[in-house]
Design a protein around this ligand. Structure first.
Ligand code: PGA
Length: 254
């Protein structure tokens, strides 16, 4: 069985001090059955990678689809590799909403990260409006299309993660019920099995959206859910440690 994956997405929050505190607190929870990842603002990635070493995954929240050159403000895959960053979020709904990231752009970024051996976490999810209209699967299928552009660079040695994050559940305190999330996860998995079967050995599907210490267990216990992507609750050392411990407990029981 693949290890569960608990990933923290700090967004534009945190400090150098919090990096050290979180790493120290969760390092003890890391086991063969749980991977822990920190997706950090750019200024903190290098220090986290050097402190966390091989014990944790340090990831970027954004990476350029370009190799190098005149792209002011951008960060390349080669730079991430250079400082020990091994994973990257792609297509988080905030990037789609505020920075115009389209499915096409996500496809180009997926291709670039895979070429550089960086493990992608492709984020997908519907808005409340889309859920009300009953088009969840259509929306998710369209977002998964990004995989098509990049599939030739997929490699079983690079973990491929898809994070299902309903937009209406992000930062709102609302969550999908574990059953609702499980249904969408089953759909995502069936799409991958049907369309990109070469990804299945390395695939993990995470749930994200108002995950907290007191609800994480119910998500992790769903057979279709391989872990969680945690925003707000990952900024508190005690809470994030509890979340990691809860998932580790589920992994033990599995
Ligand atoms: P949240 O964010 O846990 O604060 O809802 C999740 C995310 O955006 O990845």
């Amino acid at each position: 069985m693949k290890p569960y994956f608990v990933a923290a997405n700090w967004k534009m929050n945190g400090s150098q001090r919090l990096v050290s505190e979180i790493i120290e607190a969760v390092q003890g929870v890391k086991s063969d059955s749980v991977d822990i990842g920190l997706f950090l603002p750019s200024p903190y990635m290098a220090v986290a990678a050097s402190v966390a070493g091989q014990t944790m995954i340090v990831g970027a929240q954004h990476v350029s689809q370009h190799e190098s050159g005149a792209f002011t403000g951008e960060v390349s895959c080669a730079m991430l590799r250079d400082i020990g960053v091994s994973a990257a979020l792609i297509g988080h709904s905030e990037r789609r909403q505020y920075f115009g990231e389209t499915d096409d752009l996500c496809g180009q970024r997926l291709m670039t990260v895979l070429r550089h051996g960086i493990a992608p976490v492709l984020c997908v999810g519907e808005t409340l409006e889309e859920r009300k209209q009953g088009v969840v699967e259509t929306v998710i299928a369209a977002q998964l299309e990004a995989i098509d552009t990049s599939i030739e660079y997929a490699n079983p040695a690079i973990n491929f993660t898809i994070a299902y994050e309903p937009v209406w559940a992000i930062g709102t305190g609302e969550q999908a019920s574990p059953d609702e999330a499980g249904e969408v996860h089953a759909f995502i998995r069936s799409q991958v099995v049907e369309r990109w079967p070469e990804l299945t050995p390395s695939l993990r599907v995470l749930y994200g959206g108002s995950v907290k210490a007191d609800n994480v267990r119910a998500f992790a216990q769903q057979p279709q859910i391989d872990g969680v992507l945690v925003g707000g609750a990952s900024l508190d050392v005690v809470t994030f440690t509890e979340i990691c411990e809860e998932v580790a407990a589920v992994a033990q029981e599995a």
